[in-house]
Design a protein around this ligand. Structure first.
Ligand SMILES: C[S@@+](CC[C@H](N)C(=O)[O-])C[C@H]1O[C@@H](n2cnc3c(N)ncnc32)[C@H](O)[C@@H]1O
Length: 246
């Protein structure tokens, strides 16, 4: 048991260290040494690498494009994109679609843009916007994805209404949410800790603890909109919603 906790603590420290912007904070030389090789750095990619964060790219692709491929020119929006993990993955895999990642955190957007630039993604951009009051017109996007967004949102039903509004009729959305507050809180806690132990303002505004939805709450939340089809389900530590607009 003690061993498990030590290794968990180790993992949290790893996430925090990998998240630190290399050029912005005064650190001990030992710490700085372990930071230098990676830029841009993000806690979610690190979390995925050490299996705290499930990579659902394949699952999303299969759910929104059952034949495995989008039509050229399709538009995909990711809400609460963070450092751009999924936006970049979709844009890299499908160069024929246009991807827009939305987040309200300038530092997350900066890292997302750096990642897209490093991958030379001409079909991927990022915008500062509020998922509770999106600046986009009705019926604008073919596909919408959101991962681990609802754990930090104050007004979840409002976000689902905005999702429904910006999707075109026939368009679909895929939502991935953690089921257990403990696991969902680790990357959040890492970011929270980082914001406190550094004197650098990383623009982090999320709580240190995640508020997860029960299966029933997840179902009720998505049922607040008049979808043509709607399905919610659980799989291990995650739960999902797949909805198609009428
Ligand atoms: C837990 S992170 C998940 C990031 C990413 N989706 C992933 O799975 O790696 C939640 C993200 O939602 C963003 N966020 C929270 N509230 C938001 C809002 N009202 N509008 C836009 N983004 C928001 C945060 O800035 C943060 O980047």
């Amino acid at each position: 048991m003690i061993k498990r906790w030590v290794s968990l603590e180790d993992q949290i420290i790893k996430i925090v260290l990998r998240t630190l912007p290399t050029d912005s904070i005064a650190l001990s030389s030992k710490t700085a040494l372990s930071l230098s090789p990676r830029a841009p750095l993000d806690c979610f990619t690190s979390a995925a690498e050490i299996e705290l964060f499930r990579d659902d790219t394949e699952r999303m692709v299969r759910a929104v494009w059952p034949n495995g491929k989008p039509k050229p020119g399709e538009t995909l929006i990711e809400l609460g994109c963070g450092p751009g993990f999924y936006s970049c993955a979709f844009a890299e895999r499908f160069r024929e679609i246009n991807v827009l990642g939305i987040d309200r955190s300038p530092s997350q957007l900066k890292w997302a843009r750096e990642k897209a630039e490093a991958l030379e993604l001409a079909n991927c951009c990022f915008q500062n916007d509020n998922v509770l009051d999106l600046s986009h017109a009705d019926n604008r996007f073919d596909v919408l994805i959101a991962s681990r967004l609802f754990t930090v949102l104050p007004d979840r039903a409002r976000a689902v209404a905005e999702m429904h509004r910006v999707l075109r009729p026939g368009g679909c959305c895929f939502i991935a949410e953690p089921r257990y507050a403990f696991w969902a809180s680790i990357p959040l806690f890492a970011m929270w800790l980082l914001a406190r132990i550094t004197h650098f303002n990383i623009g982090y505004r999320e709580p240190s603890k995640a508020r997860v939805l029960s299966a029933r709450e997840m179902n009720r939340l998505f049922a607040t909109q008049p979808w043509r089809k709607m399905k919610t389900w659980q799989d291990g530590r995650y739960q999902y919603a797949l909805c198609e607009k009428r």
